[in-house]
Design a protein around this ligand. Structure first.
Ligand SMILES: [Zn+2]
Ligand SMILES: [Zn+2]
Length: 314
């Protein structure tokens, strides 16, 4: 199951680390201040997902690449329109004369629209952007597939949905045969719906479908991160399309209900609005995040109370 950890304290900005089961690689959502993020964790980050580049979401990017340079790895950065130029500007603002050109490579994926993702490469010491290709998906590997919605925050703000790949498990206790490579062949046949596939166990050949009852398909966990967004129907339609039925969603809830006038002015959300859209999305669990820095603990409690009341449909 995918696991998320909020790495920022109250009154800090926002950064969420996502850990992937069976993988030593982590994903980082936004680069706000994050006292709880360790150097070791940063060094395990293989992809960074930026919602937008307001300073509270991007100020710690330097702190992140400070610990990545020298790894020799390829690190993916996804973000909204112009993210490639903003990364380039940050990288070029330092002196790199002592850094090897293989010290790191960033692959930047600029989200232009739902169907148009521009992929750039950039590496030291000159950090000159190179457009590699344009593709129609954002991010996929053997563990996860990342979907997204482009929300309005008076600028594009990308909300990400991390979908763990479905898996198939074998019920060992229900089988009378010795374990062997036939189990993985059986799983493949099951995944491909290939009932007639011949499976050899010891000296005998069977039809794959004879053992399908020993397998269970597990739907992958869906974890969402929705950062800054305005309270408006247009955003909610997009949120419902992508996040419907997700297992767990973290959602920006910058203001208390009594401060909702500020939410309107600043294209942010407030407690009961965030809770209500999560209720309409029928997500299993929802957590409000990213509170205004003027708030103290009692305000956070007030936000959480109003949020969960709306989330539970009361
Ligand atoms: Zn913002
Ligand atoms: Zn923000």
């Amino acid at each position: 199951m995918l696991q998320a950890e909020i790495k920022s304290l109250l009154k800090e900005d926002i950064s969420i680390l996502i850990k992937v089961p069976n993988s030593a690689k982590h994903y980082l959502c936004d680069c706000g201040e994050a006292s709880l993020l360790t150097v070791k964790e940063v060094q395990s980050v293989s992809a960074v997902f930026i919602s937008h580049t307001h300073i509270d979401h991007f100020s710690n990017f330097d702190g992140i690449f400070r610990h990545q340079i020298g790894s020799g790895e390829k690190i993916v950065i996804c973000g909204p329109k112009n993210i490639h130029q903003q990364i380039e500007a940050r990288l070029k603002s330092y002196t790199w004369n002592l850094i090897d050109e293989n010290a790191i490579v960033y692959e930047i994926r600029e989200i232009v629209s739902r169907e148009e993702i521009n992929v750039y490469k950039i590496h030291p010491p000159h950090w000159n952007l190179e457009l590699i290709k344009t593709q129609n998906f954002l991010f996929e590997n053997e563990y996860v597939n990342v979907d997204f919605a482009i929300l309005d925050h008076k600028t594009d703000s990308i909300a990400y949905l991390f979908k763990e790949k479905d898996s198939v498990t074998f019920n060992e206790n229900a089988s009378e045969f010795k374990k062997g490579k036939w189990i993985s062949e059986l799983k493949t046949a099951f995944e491909n719906n290939d009932s007639d596939k011949e499976i050899q166990i010891e000296e005998t050949v069977y039809r794959a479908s004879a053992f399908f009852h020993l397998l269970t398909r597990n739907t992958g966990y869906k974890l969402g991160v929705i950062m800054d967004h305005a309270v408006c129907e247009d955003n909610y339609e997009k949120i419902k399309t992508v996040f419907k039925g997700a297992d767990l969603v973290y959602i920006e809830t910058f203001y208390k209900d009594e401060d909702q006038e500020f939410a309107k002015i600043n294209y942010h959300s407030f407690a009961s609005a965030s809770g209500k859209v999560m209720n309409e999305c029928e997500v299993k669990e929802a957590i409000p995040i990213h509170f205004s820095r003027r708030y103290v603990e009692s305000d956070q409690l007030e936000i959480e109370t109003a949020f969960y009341k709306a989330f539970q449909g009361n």
